[in-house]
Design a protein around this ligand. Structure first.
Ligand code: RP5
Length: 294
């Protein structure tokens, strides 16, 4: 476990740069059913760095085991016994994956303090899609995100979800948006914001989230036509006013995804915003980049 057979030394530098914040929640947060994570200091995150004392607890949720697709045809999870799989993933959006001594894919950023798949069904990358929908409120002038409050932990989030087996990601983006918020939009026209690893509190050494995020900004007139209805996975749905605090408090890597979407708006004005609306976006972006106050 500690000495992956083949560490991917050709990985791009930024993938390994955990100071960028891509491997913070995956070491410091966990769903309540997870055991405590084995401590992993910054300098011992990379698999290439020896950490002989590293003995992370092994945890797989009973929900994942109950959804083993080798036993249950409707199951969404891989079998625990990897020899039952036709193949294990050897690459993902993160590039070629490091592997352990048994050939199992390892988290491309490094150690998380938990072995086993936790709540995630797939060995290796678990693919999600994140539809980012924004508007500027006519009533308040503030930039707002179409957001859901997650049922599992109460955090506000982009209404994203998992890509079903064989599903096109553009279909997942529209499907999840509709299931979670009641809003029907064609996400194919959305602007690609990000594709890659995300710092999700469920991530483990063997299973982690990767996502494709696309952004659509709606005019107040179009947004006003939307009837919001929270789906089964959401406690609530709303147009969430974006402030430095509400953005930073979003689930998983959603703060980074929103910041990237704002940066694209400010730089390229892809949705044809007025000077005044662009300044609203630029002001929020500056506050987010300045630091935690606000
Ligand atoms: C996050 O988990 C992704 O960015 C996506 O929003 C979400 C998908 O998981 P579920 O909402 O289906 O639990 O890492």
């Amino acid at each position: 476990m500690d000495n992956p057979e083949k560490a991917d030394n050709g990985a791009p530098a930024d993938r390994r740069d955990h100071s960028r914040g891509w491997h913070i929640k995956a070491r410091n947060e966990r769903p309540p059913e997870y055991p405590a994570r084995f401590p992993v200091p910054d300098e011992l995150v990379p698999w290439e760095t020896d950490y002989p004392e590293y003995l992370p607890p092994y945890y797989v949720s009973p929900v994942v085991l109950a959804n083993d697709s080798s036993l249950n045809p409707k199951g969404w999870a891989d079998p625990e016994d990897t020899s039952l799989l036709d193949a294990l993933p050897f690459e993902s959006f993160s590039g070629r994956l490091p592997r352990d001594g048994q050939g199992r894919p390892l988290n491309p950023i490094g150690r998380t303090g938990i072995a086993g798949r936790g709540l995630l069904g797939k060995w290796g990358p678990n693919y999600a899609a994140d539809p980012i929908i924004t508007r500027i409120s006519r009533a308040t002038g503030s930039l707002e995100l179409l957001a859901v409050q997650r049922r599992d932990n109460g955090q506000w989030a982009i209404p994203g979800g998992m890509v079903d087996r064989g599903e096109e990601v553009s279909r997942t983006l529209s499907r999840e948006l509709h299931e979670e918020t009641g809003v029907l939009l064609e996400m194919e026209q959305g602007r690609l914001i990000y594709r890659g690893y995300v710092d999700d509190p469920r991530n483990t050494d063997y299973s982690w989230m990767e996502t494709t995020a696309k952004h659509l900004h709606l005019s107040p007139e179009v947004a006003a036509l939307m009837n919001l209805r929270a789906g089964d996975d959401a406690r609530a749905v709303r147009w969430l006013p974006l402030t430095p605090k509400t953005v930073r408090d979003l689930y998983a890597s959603h703060c980074a995804l929103i910041t990237e979407a704002l940066a694209g708006m400010a730089r390229l004005n892809p949705f044809g915003l007025s000077e005044e609306d662009l300044e609203t976006v630029a002001h929020l972006l500056r506050s987010l980049r300045e630091g935690p106050a606000g």
